[in-house]
Ligand binder design. Structure first.
Ligand SMILES: [Zn+2]
Ligand SMILES: [Zn+2]
Length: 332
């Protein structure tokens, strides 16, 4: 099979993935072999290919928003059948036994498997995955429309849960990339008012087109106090702007793996009053299943730009340079 492989160190930093011919992998006990239909590009892939996330193996195939068909069952798998459509997300497995798993917080597992990072992912014609970590997928829409839902969508959805968004709330989205432009669809289905602060005129226009109540620049404060906010930019300034936008009791959920320094801020005016600052880490299987079911019900169709597998480095560059609206998707 053809697969895009990241070697450490990458020989050419600007084109980190190398297309190779590899044997089709065998599914082990509890695993399935998947024929990849599409794999979405996530900003986390950029952190992996740049080595900002510590390399865990000599080489790995990235990609963790995989839409696929089950091709072959490993020993002991009876939860899914050959030919079924299934999705694979960032959380590829957990130990099920650590203290956090036992508290139903598998997103924080002490011994997780990460798709496309600690195990091979979806920038390839085939992939193997744990059967119990697959997300069942509907037959519609297309694979390229479904792929961006599997990380950007699920994490955005989890961020709204972490922010404890309720029906009809006033919610701020700080940043308007792949994750936020899916989250706004969920918020509209919950009849929320959505206030978007983002840099880039094209992102602001997209937010207006998608029904935002108010749109402003990156650290601009919305005109009304918010019930909650999600920040998507890796910027501490943006986190403080979001905090400053909250009413009493409001919550800011930070949807970013990396954040630059959070500037000093005034506790009395910004955090007092039981305002809360929370981070969003990974996802649970339940987040994935709940979000995919909701996305199917309300008909979320992400905007996408499609790249072939031999253009995967161009896809990564397009995401890095903010050169496309919506999501980049790679098809084998
Ligand atoms: Zn991701
Ligand atoms: Zn665990």
């Amino acid at each position: 099979m053809r697969a895009a492989v990241l070697h450490h160190p990458a020989p050419i930093a600007s084109r980190p993935l190398v297309l190779e011919d590899l044997p089709i992998p065998e599914p082990g006990p509890g695993q399935v072999l998947l024929k990849v239909e599409a794999c979405g590009v996530c900003r986390t892939d950029l952190h992996i290919t740049a080595g900002e996330l510590k390399p865990l193996r000599d080489s790995v195939t990235p990609g963790h928003q995989i839409v696929a068909r089950v091709e072959k069952l490993g020993p002991g798998v009876d939860s899914i059948h050959i030919g079924h459509r299934a999705g694979v997300s960032w959380l590829g497995g957990v130990d099920g036994t650590c203290p956090l798993c036992r508290k139903n917080r598998e997103n924080l597992c002490d011994h997780p498997t990460y798709t496309g990072y600690s195990v091979n992912g979806g920038y390839a014609e085939y992939a193997v995955a744990r059967a119990d970590f697959l997300t069942p997928l509907p037959e519609e829409p297309s694979a390229t429309n479904l792929a961006p839902l599997l990380c950007a969508g699920i994490i955005g959805f989890r961020s709204l849960r972490v922010a404890e968004v309720a029906t009809g709330d006033r919610v701020g989205l700080f940043g308007f990339g792949a994750s936020a432009h899916l989250a706004i669809e969920v918020l509209k289905s919950w009849n929320c008012e959505v206030y978007v602060s983002t840099r880039g005129a094209s992102h602001r226009q997209l937010a207006r087109d998608m029904g935002a109540t108010w749109v402003g620049d990156a650290t601009e404060r919305p005109p009304v106090p918010l019930d909650s906010a999600v920040t998507f930019a890796p910027s501490g300034d943006v986190v403080v702007a979001a905090l400053a936008s909250l009413r009493k009791g409001g919550i800011v959920a930070i949807n970013a793996i990396h954040l630059d320094r959070i500037p000093q801020f005034d506790y009395d005016s910004l955090l007092w009053g039981e305002r809360q600052l929370r981070s969003v880490a990974n996802m649970t299987r339940q987040d994935g299943r709940d979000f995919i079911a909701l996305a199917a019900k309300i008909g979320i169709r992400p905007r996408t730009t499609v790249f072939r597998l031999d253009q995967v480095n161009d896809a990564l560059a397009a995401v890095a340079n903010d050169a496309i609206d919506g999501a980049a998707v790679v098809i084998p």
